[in-house]
Design a protein. Structure first.
Length: 755
């Protein structure tokens, strides 16, 4: 009979651990949380010091009973959920239940932390167990209660004032606000024209190269318009291009740090296009253990929720041995690379790394799925690369004069690749160049160059881009919003709500998102303030460090919050005023939400019941949609003989039977024909304008379902001169100009619309 009971939260983890512990241990899984706040009510007694009411989670009663029975027969109980705050909460609730069980009140209960699931780490952890960490539990408890106070008291206000089923969250709503703020930056952005002038030059030796104009008469000059650019062009044509200065220097590019949670999520999105949720799900499996055939179950990576760059000496030593063996001594720095974590990081944890550098991706590839191998390779390469020598580059800058005009050419040559032999960091924009400097030929002062051509080009400044998952996580981290264990949940929450849409991998707020955000900012300025939210995260860290009581933090928060809640309960109107005036009574109109979506309504209701749908232009300005005359008769219903009448809905006008709800007959308007023939081979259909279930316009063949061709982009009846693809698409640039683009991926043909 085993003398010790080890309880963890995952059956997969239990299977891996069982391999390394002897018969003294019985291993059981709690399958996650066993207790939590009740779903049906607030579950927090605010008047009694924010006392939480924990209840057994539905379906976990049987598991708890089995754990108590096993504990009554054990000499000691070891609790080993994940080594973070949430894992501490799971351990604490199990311990609390154990103390209530018959035969277990006086049992010795220990906490065990597994940062990695390897034989050495597991045996070391159980041989030197710890006490349960009250401060860490209190920190998680404070977070849970804060989120409950905000979510369960603000969400009902949104149900009453805006729309049923909406939710607000202490961190989630701040993330949506960041997306809305970025969208308004984009809308307010005014592109500014500027020009560049590039000289394409040739030396006595290859390769040809480019130099960019940057100075005139010895002073830096930015080209603002076509006139002054062409003036420079006419001035330098026919003049000799002479090298006036050549500067050379050697630079070092240091290895990147190992992964922490946020960096792993960002890099997995950039390189693998994994969502944060998928990244953490795959990483969890790699941490808990993979069956490697004769080796059995092996945890391949260390714990993946961490904000520390710390690496153990053993891990560093193993990586250095591998680098010297596989790459040579030139790739191994004299001393190990160390990386400083941000202030407040939990240094008890390590960075995310392979449990053994010797487990190279190729050696475990046969046992991993495609996604598991991709993520493991990313972690393994980043870890090994972080201990490699810097890359060394020779950079050359040449200044070239043609009369009073000066041009600059930059070039670089990799002298020693260092860590880049193994690992290159991902780029946010897939089309961005990995190295902005081209290779230059040998150049000397006073050398005369051959001008091949001068290339003047018009440009416009670009607005800030919308957030991707990677850039939003980076923004959350930089602003101190959330912690490693919460990033994936934040992203999943906002992605699954109606507050934002995802277009080409980027977040865009919906009208509902704008409305709810504006209402919350007006009524709960503290809760929606990024600095306030970041300070609350710092306070949770302080609770964990034992610097402040958890109830003190809740009291500091709840006083002002309660006042805001009282004002919002009586004062929140569920609408946002606009500067649009009602056409019937000339009173202001407000943005509201109804069962058919967002619309404009007169603030003079009920005296004036004027409403209208609207859209926005690229600047965010409201554009009124002219509604059809409602209740106008449009023929006779073929089903019941009553008149058919015009109605306005979420997606525009439609004709419905006046006998509704007894008769639900609807006539949908004929789709608008674009006049462009379907590009599918042997299809004689035409492309028509349609509307998706979410109200978004798209174009499809009118022979559906026989032909399934569809596109989001507006079609144009022409043939690509480069590849022969029929039907181009119309794209509108940020400067307001439209261009025609070939639909074929990789073709790249485009021209201004009208040319």
């Amino acid at each position: 009979m085993p003398k010790k009971l080890l309880i963890i939260e995952s059956p997969a983890k239990a299977k891996t651990i069982r391999k390394y512990l002897g018969p003294d241990f019985r291993i059981m899984a709690s399958v996650g949380h066993v207790k939590d706040l009740p779903v049906s009510k607030l579950g927090v007694d605010i008047k009694k010091g924010f006392k939480p009411e924990y209840v057994t989670i539905k379906g976990k009663g049987k598991i708890l009973k089995e754990l108590k029975a096993a504990g009554s027969n054990a000499e000691a109980i070891y609790l080993a959920p994940d080594p973070d705050r949430e894992g501490e909460a799971i351990a604490w609730h199990i311990a609390d239940e154990m103390k209530k069980g018959a035969g277990t009140p006086d049992k010795k209960i220990f906490r065990v932390l597994f940062n990695e699931l390897t034989a050495r780490a597991i045996r070391e952890a159980v041989s030197s167990p710890q006490a349960l960490d009250r401060n860490k539990f209190d920190s998680q408890q404070a977070r849970r209660i804060l989120d409950r106070l905000v979510g369960y008291q603000i969400s009902p206000l949104l149900w009453k004032r805006v729309k049923g089923g909406l939710s607000a969250g202490r961190v989630q709503s701040v993330a949506v606000k960041m997306i809305c703020d970025r969208e308004r930056e984009i809308q307010a952005f005014e592109p500014k024209e500027y020009w560049s002038l590039t000289a394409h030059l040739q030396s006595n030796e290859p390769p040809p190269f480019e130099a960019r104009f940057f100075k005139y008469s010895g002073k830096k000059m930015d080209l603002q318009n076509e006139e002054e650019t062409l003036k420079i062009v006419s001035e330098v044509k026919g003049l000799p291009f002479k090298v006036s200065q050549v500067t050379k220097k050697q630079t070092h590019k240091n290895a990147p740090p190992p992964f922490i949670t946020s960096l792993l999520q960002q890099e997995a999105f950039r390189k693998l296009r994994f969502s944060a949720k998928k990244t953490m799900s795959v990483a969890q499996v790699l941490y808990e253990g993979i069956d490697l055939g004769q080796r059995g179950l092996v945890g391949l990576i260390t714990y993946m929720r961490t904000d520390s760059f710390r690496l153990s000496n053993d891990a560093i030593s193993e990586a250095r041995l591998l680098i010297q063996k596989n790459f040579g001594k030139d790739y191994l720095p004299e001393t190990p690379n160390r990386f400083k974590s941000r202030k407040g990081a939990q240094e008890a944890h390590e960075a995310i790394r392979p449990t053994s550098a010797a487990l190279e991706p190729d050696s475990v590839a046969p046992y991993l799925s495609k996604d598991q191998l991709a993520l493991y390779s990313l972690v393994w390469k980043r870890f090994v690369a972080c201990q490699m020598s810097p890359a060394i580059l020779d950079k050359t800058q040449a200044e070239i004069h043609a009369g009073k005009a000066a041009f600059r050419a930059n070039g670089s040559v990799v002298v020693f690749p260092g860590f880049t032999t193994l690992y290159q960091e991902g780029l946010e924009n897939a089309g961005a160049e990995k190295n902005g400097d081209a290779q230059l030929p040998p150049l000397q002062k006073d050398q005369i160059l051959t001008l091949r051509k001068l290339d003047p080009a018009q440009h416009f400044t670009q607005s800030p881009p919308r957030f991707t998952e990677a850039t939003l996580i980076r923004e959350l981290e930089e602003n101190g919003i959330g912690r490693p264990s919460t990033y994936a949940a934040i992203i999943a929450n906002i992605s699954g709500k109606e507050y934002v849409s995802v277009e080409k991998g980027r977040f865009r707020p919906t009208e509902l998102g704008f409305l709810v955000t504006d209402l919350l900012v007006a009524s709960f300025p503290d809760v929606m303030d990024t600095a306030f939210t970041a300070q609350m995260e710092n306070n949770l860290d302080r609770i964990e460090r034992g610097e402040i009581r958890w109830t003190d933090i809740l009291e500091q928060f709840y006083g002002p919050f309660e006042k805001d809640l009282e004002k919002a309960t009586s004062g929140m109107k569920g609408e946002m005023l606009t500067d649009i005036m009602c056409l019937k009574c000339h009173r202001p109109m407000a943005i509201k939400s109804g069962r058919n979506g967002i619309f404009l309504a007169c603030t003079g209701y009920p005296e004036c019941k004027s409403t209208t749908n609207f859209t926005r232009d690229e600047k965010g300005r409201i554009i009124l949609e002219t509604p059809a005359e409602t209740d106008k008769e449009e023929g006779i219903c073929e089903k019941c003989g009553r008149p058919m009448v015009v109605k306005n809905g979420k997606f525009g006008s439609f004709v419905a039977c006046s006998g509704y709800p007894a008769c639900k007959n609807i006539w949908t308007p004929a789709p608008v024909n674009t006049g462009v023939r379907c590009p599918e081979t042997d299809c004689q259909g035409m492309l028509v304008e349609k509307t998706s279930k979410k109200g978004k316009k798209f174009y499809a063949c009118n022979r559906y379902p026989d032909c399934t061709f569809a596109t989001w982009d507006e079609p144009f009846d022409d043939i690509c001169p480069d590849c022969g693809t029929r039907v181009l698409t119309i794209k509108q640039r940020k400067n307001g100009k439209s261009v025609l683009i070939c639909r074929k991926k990789g073709c790249g043909y485009q021209r201004p619309l009208g040319n």
